[in-house]
Write a protein that binds this ligand. Structure first.
Ligand code: ATP
Ligand code: MG
Length: 432
């Protein structure tokens, strides 16, 4: 039996990794422009953390978590809960009243694998803790938009407000009343969740529920005056910043902790996997997790979906980074010399390669071409005794004699200045 990766778990192969690096580097660059600092948390957390944050009546907690029940631990299905746990545990708010943090890494959910939906997937997650101002909400959306644009993607932004503990209960009651009267038309899941989590029906994918909620009361009509003002502030700032958006009163998000602003970056190009990124405000969550009474807002982008979209939408293609120099050695003495020379070249930060198999010159030149080497240094036992080698520019095919004077280290230094490496730019990002 052939060993294969688990269903829903994917290898990211070297050619694809170039894309991933580009996404990650662009994200880090943009996040840091907005004052975000990186934080890294463990993948395993106590299961209770997700019960208390994401909510027990959500899809994620009800059926998607990878848990080890005997140990009471779970592989994180998202980053916000872990990040806040770390924030609280280390008292980060004492250092700085407003913390802007980001993290990049794998998340785990037991879902049905499809294009753009995996069981191990990767998120870039950002959180701003300690600020309530609507400008912060808008700034985060603008940052997400800037990142997607920098990657050449066209994605639309949808926003909504879920109100707060003051105004949501009244809406919830109105919604339950409305849904109860039409209970027979609800899908099985929504009927079951009717009294526990009625808001979920608003973004239920089943046809019956979708038709039904079109006429349902709108949460935006039920907001208290503070929530209304906050939402107006978000809209106003988005307009100031020139960020285009649409309001979507059906967007409720799959996690219980959201308050006020929620938003999603949506694409029509990935079938049912429409959300490229999503997030919102969670003003009560930190306290609920045993931390200080601080507001927060954040979002997560799905890296698999971004990479897929780039393959589909973006015009730019990845340029394969080249090696700087390949040493083709012929004969035992030359091979020994080459082995030391490449090490010296690498210490000088050059990308140097060599083939130790002792193959023919033709085979080695082919290998130099395969790794896209800019130069090849050809050296045989005889040349070594005569103190010279041949340096070939692989782009122009020009050859020159390279004198093997001085120590190997000095020779490496002279080679370095002859072929000074050029860094490669991919969509304006330097990839050395
Ligand atoms: P969806 O509605 O597609 O299930 P979600 O609302 O569950 O998404 P979030 O929990 O908000 O997603 O996660 C933020 C982002 O992470 C999503 O917008 C998406 O890009 C990505 N994401 C979520 N689940 C997966 C998955 N199983 N595979 C790949 N990417 C995912
Ligand atoms: Mg989901």
């Amino acid at each position: 039996m052939k060993l294969k990766a688990i269903n829903g778990f994917k290898d990211i192969l070297p050619d694809q990794v170039l894309r991933w690096q580009q996404v990650e580097q662009t994200a880090r660059d943009i996040f840091e422009r907005f004052g975000m600092r990186e934080i890294r948390m463990p993948i395993l957390e106590k299961t209770e953390l997700f019960f208390r944050s994401i909510g027990e009546a959500t899809d994620i907690v009800e059926k998607e978590m990878y848990s080890f029940p005997d140990k009471g631990i779970t592989m994180r299905p998202e980053a916000t809960a872990s990040l806040l746990r770390a924030f609280i545990e280390h008292g980060l708010h004492v250092q700085q009243p407003v913390q802007r943090l980001y993290t990049i890494g794998p998340m785990f959910r037991h879902e049905r694998p499809q294009k753009g939906r995996l069981r191990q997937f990767h998120q870039m997650d950002v959180e701003v803790i300690g600020a309530t101002e609507p400008q912060v909400d808008a700034e985060l959306m603008a940052m997400g938009q800037m990142l997607l644009n920098a990657l050449g993607l066209k994605v639309s932004l949808e926003i909504n407000s879920l109100g707060c503990p003051d105004c949501r209960p009244a809406f919830r009651t109105r919604l339950i009343e409305y849904l109860k009267e039409r209970k027979d038309d609800l899908c099985e899941d929504c009927r079951r969740r009717l009294s526990v989590n009625p808001l979920r029906t608003l973004d239920c994918k089943s046809r019956g529920c979708r038709a039904l909620v079109q006429e349902a009361p709108s949460i935006l009509d039920s907001l208290c005056s503070e929530c209304n003002e906050h939402f107006a502030g978000v809209e106003h700032t988005l307009e100031l910043l020139g960020v285009t958006y649409t309001k979507n009163r059906f967007m409720v998000r799959g996690l219980d902790y959201y308050t006020r602003t929620t938003f999603e970056f949506i694409t029509g190009d990935l079938g049912a996997q429409a959300a490229v990124g999503a997030g919102g405000r969670y003003d009560g969550l930190i306290e609920q997790l045993g931390g200080p009474k601080l507001p927060g807002i954040g979002f997560a982008m799905g890296m698999e979906r971004i990479v897929l979209l780039m393959e589909q939408q973006a015009e730019s293609s990845i340029i394969k980074p080249a090696a700087d120099i390949f040493v083709a050695a012929l004969g035992d003495k030359a091979a020994e010399y080459g082995c030391v020379l490449v090490q010296n070249l690498r210490a000088l930060q050059l990308k140097a390669a060599m083939d130790y198999s002792g193959r023919s010159l033709k085979a080695q030149m082919k290998q130099a071409g395969r790794i896209n080497s800019r130069f090849t240094l050809i050296v045989g036992d005889n040349e070594l005794t005569e103190g010279k080698a041949v340096l070939r520019n692989m782009q122009t095919q020009e050859q020159e004699t390279f004198a093997l004077d001085g120590t190997i280290n000095e020779q490496a230094g002279r080679l370095f200045s002859t072929i000074i490496p050029t860094s490669i730019e991919v969509d304006g990002i330097k990839m050395k």
